[in-house]
Design a protein around this ligand. Structure first.
Ligand code: G6P
Ligand code: ZN
Length: 565
């Protein structure tokens, strides 16, 4: 039986100085779970997996064990509000106290968007943070949960750290916690948990202030006041409170600009993924009569973005290129960009901008964690991925609201429609027609067999005739980090055609069941070429080539993708 006890500390003079409530540290035996290898973005599993006795605890203890120097340090904790968020936060707070952290900062209500968590880690000098989210995956008792550890630069743990965490999960024998009651997550202010201070912080204020320091809010306010209309779909996920504060309160957009603005544990039964399938309502509004000038959405944890102008969808790859080309119009980037980084499957549209600006372009594997070193080293300022992530060196995560604000800042400065900005961009740089075809829910062995087949046929691919022309080159992408020389191999098969067109194949690293094959299709059209085709038409020959080379139907048993974005 463990009760809490109070220690009355005496000063040298003997007067009562302070009362500290401590609680005994409990050491709980556990056995390793063999499925705790972090994926592209932390450990993601079904809620029922996380509900196994000791499951979350074993992973959190493995994180703490893999982070030297955590004793006496500050830890940030927050999540996207999904089912299990509050429970795991209470567990993590007790464990942090038992593991010797001096302080935990936790977002009110357990809420912190991923970029806001990144900012909090940086602003308060925390050693790291636990971000509780499964990002764009659905939430609820039968859906997904996740725990991601971010390091002191505010970014996702790099591979050596995730590998150390994984190694620890395989040998862990016990975890530490204390016997202490839940804290009130809804009340701002400090509480003592054992010897550790817990501070419940406003999840929005610091982040909103950061945004205001980066962008020309008066110009955006003037744009909105001039009748420019905006619709932001928070998808019943974490960005609701941020979007209400920033767009409606600080920038003066009318109430109602933000839709689905209350975070719900199951995201209202929706899939909080801002793409053309799951943000269909927004897409249809933007394409229909009476569409607002600008539509945007963000995902479960607020790091992804979807940008749609009136009648004009902007692919994430194009969005990165346009933002990079126009970033100088926002105060934070007025001095120019140091470099641009994109994940390998992201289109080469940003490469053309980097070339025109005379700045380096870095091509990294999929996963935001690969941008951290480049940002820390001052080699890149803006980063982006085809998976709807864009961000900059203001934090070490991609940032959905940031992307919307940079777009608004650009539109406020240029006073053009989104469609006009895109047409102008393509006219100047050429156009990279782009789509991603996902084959979800395939059996893991089938996905592995398809990739193995491609790897085996790599050396024979060059010279192969396809509907998209002759294959010029093919490889399995490997990345050498220019800052530390670390190598990440087997990051996806690239098949290259003349003029930069290509097809890329890889398996998703974020799913929780079975495998998802992603096929990334890109057709390059130079400036002066045919820039106004429907994307599906421009990409059709490459789609046929992808099927021919990878035998997708044969391996997956599916003759069409489940999602096209
Ligand atoms: C997460 C990561 C991204 C990554 C994306 C796609 O959102 O934060 O950096 O691009 O997942 O990953 P996947 O492995 O599913 O293609
Ligand atoms: Zn996300």
């Amino acid at each position: 039986m463990h009760g809490t006890r109070s220690l009355a500390l005496q000063t040298k003079q003997g007067s009562l100085a302070k009362v500290i409530t401590t609680a005994p540290i409990l050491t709980v035996p556990t056995t390793p779970f063999t499925d705790q290898k972090p994926g592209t973005s932390g450990l993601r599993k079904k809620v029922r997996v996380f509900q196994q006795a000791g499951y979350a605890e074993s992973f959190i203890q493995s994180v703490f064990d893999a982070v030297p120097g955590h004793e006496g340090a500050t830890l940030v904790i927050g999540g996207d509000g999904r089912y299990l968020n509050r429970e795991v936060i209470q567990v993590a707070i007790r464990m942090a106290a038992a593991n010797g952290f001096a302080k935990v900062l936790v977002g009110q209500g357990g809420i912190l968007s991923t970029p806001a968590a990144s900012h909090a880690i940086r602003k308060y000098g925390a050693i790291g943070g636990l971000v509780l989210s499964a990002s764009h995956n659905p939430g609820g008792p039968n859906e997904d949960f996740g725990i991601k550890y971010n390091v002191s630069n505010g970014g996702p743990a790099p591979e050596p750290v995730t590998e150390a965490i994984h190694a620890r999960t395989l040998e862990i024998a016990q975890y530490r916690t204390i016997d202490a009651p839940d804290i009130d997550l809804d009340r701002l202010g400090s509480t003592q948990v054992g010897a550790m201070a817990v501070e419940v912080i406003d999840p929005v204020a610091d982040y909103a202030e950061l945004m205001e320091s980066l962008f020309d809010f008066p110009a955006i306010r003037a744009l909105l006041a001039s009748g420019f209309t905006l619709s932001f779909d928070a998808m019943s996920a974490v960005t609701g409170p941020y979007a209400h504060e920033i767009f409606e309160t600080r920038l003066g957009a009318p109430v109602g600009t933000v839709v689905n603005g209350t975070p719900l544990p199951d995201f209202g039964h929706h899939h909080p993924d801002p793409n053309l399938v799951h943000a269909r309502d927004l897409y249809e509004r933007m394409m229909g009569p009476g569409a607002p000038d600008f539509g945007a959405a963000s995902d479960g944890d607020g790091d992804r973005n979807l940008i749609i102008g009136r009648g004009q969808y902007v692919t994430p790859s194009d969005s990165l290129a346009v933002l990079a080309a126009n970033a100088h119009l926002a105060p934070a980037y007025a001095g120019g960009l140091k470099g641009i980084a994109r994940s390998m499957p992201t289109s080469g549209a940003a490469d053309r901008v980097a070339a025109a600006l005379g700045i380096p372009l870095y091509e990294t594997p999929t996963g935001w964690k690969f941008f951290g070193n480049l940002l820390d080293a001052g080699m890149a300022t803006i980063c982006g991925e085809e998976s709807a992530g864009t961000g900059s060196d203001h934090v070490r995560e991609k940032d959905g609201i940031w992307a919307v604000l940079l777009w608004l800042n650009v539109l406020a400065a240029r006073r053009l429609s989104v469609a006009a900005v895109m047409a102008d961009h393509w006219a100047q740089y050429g156009r990279n027609y782009y789509a991603r075809h996902d084959y979800e829910g395939i059996a893991t062995p089938a996905g592995d067999a398809l990739m193995a087949h491609l790897r085996e046929s790599l050396s024979a691919l060059p010279g192969t005739q396809t509907a998209a022309g002759t294959v010029e080159a093919a490889d399995d992408f490997a990345y050498t980090d220019p800052t530390d020389g670390s190598v990440s191999a087997r990051q996806g098969i690239r098949v290259l055609f003349a003029g930069g067109s290509r097809v890329v194949f890889r398996l998703s690293g974020t799913g929780t069941e079975g495998a998802t094959l992603r096929v990334y299709i890109e057709a390059c059209e130079p400036a002066g070429g045919n820039l106004t085709q429907p994307a599906a038409e421009a990409l059709a020959p490459l789609v046929a080539a992808a099927e021919q080379l990878a035998r997708i139907a044969h391996f997956t048993g599916m003759d069409a993708p489940t999602v096209i974005t």
